[in-house]
Write a protein that binds this ligand. Structure first.
Ligand SMILES: Nc1ncnc2c1ncn2[C@@H]1O[C@H](COP(=O)(O)OP(=O)(O)OP(=O)(O)O)[C@@H](O)[C@H]1O
Length: 578
């Protein structure tokens, strides 16, 4: 048994590794090592190749099918490699144990079921092909040499039959099984690919959510009501609910979108959000870690199913027309989705073809996008050699190229240096101005301030504010930032007088920071026009011999940070602003 198992296991190892070319080389090395000429001499090499090709035909679809069980590629890779090794080894052990143990008490029906089940495993079929092929030819060989061997079945019936026959120790049944299960697994993949979306939709929207709603009625009506304290968010919601789809006529329409992860414990990631994004608009989704941005984003890209609510992209409902929607979006995911063994130019050409750019135009089109993100110098290098920032730039170029109606970018500037970031901003502004709708998530608030025309800040799955960056700054930043640079030789009494002057002239102001040279105040903007503030400070500059002063509006980042304090309901309270 050991003699039969060793080459078989080695060949299994060879067959499971990497490319077909690699397999053939490994296989020849194994045959040479084990001195198994029977697999390579004469036309036998063709038989061996045929067996290995059928193994690939059946194993690859099975691995693809099983990969749906995993959400992470790394764990899928490790577990499927283990599955391959173990299924090969154990199926063979089971076969050998039960075939050789005649006194086994297992009923025949069970034994037959067990063997039939093993035939569904490509590794078992491969192993049996290899073993039986060897045994068949070796027996034939010995029979031709030792004419009257007593313990060998050297009768004509045995020696003249084909190795592909279905009787005795031959490989016919295993060849048929590998061919058949390859087709079956491919059909299952096709069925899964075409129906998984409907199945997930049914499970999420009707089964899981139905049960959840039944047992958590109070929580659902409280958390998922969609009502919001902020008037902009509330007005947008009412506008969307009150108008028909045709009137809203938006590139992206998100209507009462909710996402619940039905794990343990259940997570309400997105809670009834509504917003429209028009063509030529760039919508920035801001929020702290865990706010629900990525969940909302994944629904827009079709990676996740919405639990309730609707999303329309370019007029198509994402839940009913996922394939049409996918062909209308450009997507730059958070993790670089690149084929690492292609060059930058090759991958761009591939995507240009996917987008349907005509062949004569492809080179020009690709050159334009490579140039716009300054990727030309690396264009002919393999992607795995790119730096993190260059990979992000390539992902951005792929998302922006072609003719998508909507572009989705998940933290596109992560890992980019300031120059690359500028290029990205220019490219996004250009795409926006060409009439595309862009949705972007970013932790860089200043970035959203530059190119977003509309912003929403998400906190615990809900929008807490909505509007243009300037609108948000005006609305939530009801104070100015005043920085006063004092002379280093200013007397302490003069400094105290200056502080009293500011407090008296701008009641309600707060001294946020004080250093040897700089006083940093937040002063209320209500009742204090820019002209009035500058007029007062010009006088104060003379009176207190100030070196300089600087008045500015609150930054978007400071607006964003006000939402970091959960109890900060009065967002105009600048004592809470960091
Ligand atoms: N697949 C998942 N299964 C269960 N819970 C999830 C899953 N994905 C996200 N969550 C949970 O949903 C909530 C929102 O997560 P999400 O990733 O959408 O937030 P985010 O705003 O994108 O955060 P970050 O800025 O860190 O990417 C979190 O509580 C998170 O733990």
């Amino acid at each position: 048994m050991r003699v039969r198992m060793l080459p078989t296991l080695l060949i299994l190892w060879a067959a499971e590794n990497e490319t077909m070319k690699g397999k053939v080389i490994q296989e020849q090395v194994v045959f040479q090592l084990c001195e198994l000429d029977v697999y390579v001499t004469g036309y036998h090499l063709l038989d061996t190749m045929f067996i290995l090709m059928l193994y690939g035909w059946s194993a690859i679809p099975l691995m693809y099918l099983l990969s749906f069980l995993f959400s992470k590629s790394s764990s899928a890779y490790i577990k499927l490699v283990l599955f391959n090794y173990l299924s090969g080894i154990f199926s063979l052990l089971i076969d050998v144990m039960f075939q050789s143990d005649a006194e086994n008490n297992m009923p025949n029906a069970n034994r037959s079921f067990l063997f039939k089940s093993l035939l569904l495993l490509p590794n078992y079929n491969l192993a049996m092909c290899i073993i039986n092929y060897f045994t068949f030819h070796q027996t034939k060989n010995w029979c031709s040499k030792i004419m009257h061997a007593t313990n060998l079945k050297c009768d004509k019936q045995n020696t003249e039959k084909s190795v592909y026959s279905l009787e005795g120790q031959t490989i016919g049944i295993y060849i048929i099984m590998m061919s058949t299960i390859g087709v079956i697994y491919l059909l299952l993949i096709f069925f899964w690919e075409t129906n998984v979306w409907k199945l997930r939709k049914f499970l999420n929207q009707y089964i899981y959510f139905g049960i959840y709603k039944k047992y958590k009625k109070g929580k659902v009506s409280k958390e998922l009501s969609g009502e919001c304290d902020d008037d902009d968010v509330e007005n947008e919601r009412k506008r969307i609910l009150g108008q028909p789809l045709e009137v809203l006529n938006s590139a992206v329409l998100i209507k009462e979108l909710t996402k619940i992860y039905f794990n343990y414990p259940v997570v309400l990631a997105v809670k009834n959000i509504s917003v429209t994004i028009q063509k030529g608009e760039c919508f920035g989704l801001l929020g702290f870690n865990g706010a629900g941005k990525t969940s909302a984003f994944h629904i827009l890209t079709g990676e996740e199913i919405a639990t309730t609510g609707q999303v329309f992209i370019d007029g198509f409902n994402i839940t009913d027309n996922i394939h049409k929607v996918k062909s209308r979006i450009g997507y730059c995911p958070q993790t670089d989705a690149l084929l690492e063994y292609m060059t930058g130019r090759e991958i761009m050409i591939m995507y240009a073809r996917v987008w349907g750019v005509s062949e004569p135009q492809i080179q020009l089109h690709v050159r334009k996008w490579l140039g716009s993100l300054q990727l030309e110098p690396y264009a002919d290098r393999i992607i795995s050699t790119y730096s993190g920032g260059s990979k992000r730039r390539l992902c951005t170029a792929i998302a922006l190229m072609g003719k998508p109606a909507v572009i989705l970018m998940d933290e596109p500037s992560t890992g980019m240096d300031p120059v690359a970031r500028r290029l990205l901003w220019d490219a996004v502004i250009q795409a926006r101005e060409s009439g595309k709708a862009i949705i972007i998530t970013s932790h860089r608030v200043e970035e959203c301030d530059i190119f977003c025309t509309k912003l929403a800040i998400m906190v615990k799955g809900k929008f807490v504010c909505l509007g243009s960056p300037q609108h948000l700054k005006n609305k939530f930043g009801k104070f100015y930032i005043l920085k006063i640079k004092i002379n280093t030789d200013t007397h302490k009494q003069t400094l105290d007088d200056l502080k009293n002057f500011i407090m008296m002239t701008f009641p309600g102001s707060t001294l946020k920071q004080e250093s040897k040279e700089i006083l940093n105040y937040y002063i209320p903007s209500t009742d204090n026009s820019w002209a009035k503030v500058f007029g007062i400070l010009e006088d104060a500059k003379e009176q207190f011999s100030l070196e300089d002063y600087y008045v500015s509006q609150i930054t978007l980042e400071q607006v964003f940070l006000t939402f970091a304090i959960p109890e900060n309901k009065g967002l105009n309270d600048y004592n809470n602003v960091p």
